[in-house]
Design a protein around this ligand. Structure first.
Ligand SMILES: Cc1ncc(COP(=O)(O)O)c(C=O)c1O
Length: 407
């Protein structure tokens, strides 16, 4: 089908609220590391898709998946060493006491399970969540995601969800105190360690430490959603919560851990896992299947063996430096923020979010062969979070094209 025919068929056959990126949509037919190729053979530099963490179609990951598909693909009710090796190597990247894994099939499923673990452990229901957060697409997670329930089509927060701002940890302390006054028990606090959908935000350095302390004081548990920020993306640390010197009670993983194969994971403490083991079986038909584990294990090994965290730090620093240079020359750049290859460039014009300009820049970049996106409540933050093999030369190319697009 030509591009127009594909677009029309999509409108006819798929739900209309699946959005398509760019005014002139891209029809991608092939991927290779940090590059994507369209139906006419044109190459795009992918500066946006964090799911293809170790690179689109990384040969080792493809080979591991194909080999395991030829051998066996079955569920967790049979003994198999792959899931054990994967859990062992995954937990080895995490601090004590985060030692018990559950495998599911998406970030949403992982957050749902995290919530169940927290509720079973605390016997409470109320959650504190960061404003503008997104944690997944299920009914409960839309309730827990201000980005959705406060946005178009949303119906606001239900009474068990308490939204706090992320500029100062006092908001969490106050929310905890308010719940206490109202006689409500606190189940927990969930936060992306660096809020992404909110516009690539780095929280104040002591935010999580003080928030976690207040939440735990009230009997709640602390959930770190590392779906976008984990696996070395921020460069300085393997997990973004480590940037703040905290240890969560539950860690939620998704997107990058399967490099595009649908894998989600929840990792928690033996104590919380013990509470959850209350007689009700936990089972996911596909979660932790042998093919997923072979792929997940290989992705983790590639991240480590190819030293992608150190690479993200080095290239990310270079890119951030270049973006700060652009900041000096272009008034529309209000702030450059982030860490490693998790970067946001906020655009503001005449004191207002430069939403249409951000959209125009992203579309211009796409015309010039670079894929970026926007985020934040006003969609005025350029979101840069490429596959991790993104190179120095790619960063220089992006900086050159971005400078001209802004002009
Ligand atoms: C921070 C965060 N948590 C959870 C999810 C949900 O993951 P999934 O789309 O795999 O269900 C997302 C997806 O964008 C996310 O960004």
């Amino acid at each position: 089908m030509n591009k127009q025919a594909t677009l029309e068929a999509r409108k006819r056959l798929l739900g209309r609220n699946l959005s398509v990126a760019y005014h002139d949509p891209v029809k991608i037919v092939r991927g290779e590391m940090q590059y994507l190729y369209d139906d006419e053979g044109r190459r795009y530099l992918d500066a946006y898709n964090n799911v293809a963490h170790v690179g689109h179609c990384h040969p080792r990951v493809v080979a591991a998946g194909a080999e395991q598909m030829r051998t066996l693909n079955t569920n967790t009710r049979y003994l198999n060493d792959l899931i054990i090796r994967y859990a062992e190597q995954l937990t080895a990247t995490l601090p004590d006491p985060l030692r018990v894994c559950y495998f599911v099939n998406s970030g949403s499923e992982a957050n749902e399970l995290a919530l169940r673990l927290a509720r079973t452990h605390t016997n409470a229901r109320d959650m504190i969540v960061l404003d503008l957060a997104y944690h997944g697409n299920t009914t409960t997670l839309i309730d827990l995601s201000p980005y959705k329930h406060d946005g178009p089509g949303g119906k606001g927060a239900p009474s068990w969800v308490h939204k706090v701002a992320w500029d100062n940890e006092q908001h969490v302390v106050e929310a905890v105190a308010r719940l206490k006054t109202e006689g409500k028990d606190l189940c927990g606090f969930i936060a992306e360690s660096m809020p992404s959908v909110a516009g690539q935000i780095v929280l104040p350095k002591d935010y999580l430490e003080k928030a976690y302390a207040a939440v735990r004081d009230a009997g709640g548990v602390c959930i770190a959603d590392e779906v976008q920020t984990g696996y070395g993306r921020i460069g300085t640390h393997f997990w973004a919560f480590e940037h703040y010197g905290v240890v969560p009670d539950i860690v939620v993983l998704g997107k990058p851990i399967g490099n595009g194969h649908p894998i989600g994971a929840v990792i928690t403490t033996p104590e919380i896992a013990h509470s959850f083991d209350n007689g009700m079986e936990f089972f996911s038909t596909f979660g932790g299947n042998t093919v997923s584990c072979a792929i997940g294990l290989t992705v983790l090994q590639v991240v480590q063996e190819e030293k992608l965290q150190a690479h993200a730090l080095e290239v990310g620093n270079h890119l951030i430096e270049g973006l700060r240079e652009l900041h000096q020359h272009h008034e529309i750049i209000h702030e450059v923020r982030g860490s490693g290859l998790f970067i946001g460039v906020e655009l503001v014009r005449n004191g207002q979010p430069a939403t249409s300009e951000a959209g125009a820049i992203v579309n211009r970049m796409r015309e010039k062969g670079i894929l970026l996106g926007t985020d934040g409540p006003d969609h005025n933050v350029l979101k840069i979070r490429p596959p991790m093999p993104f190179s120095h030369a790619d960063a220089d190319f992006l900086l050159g094209v971005l400078g001209r697009a802004i002009e």
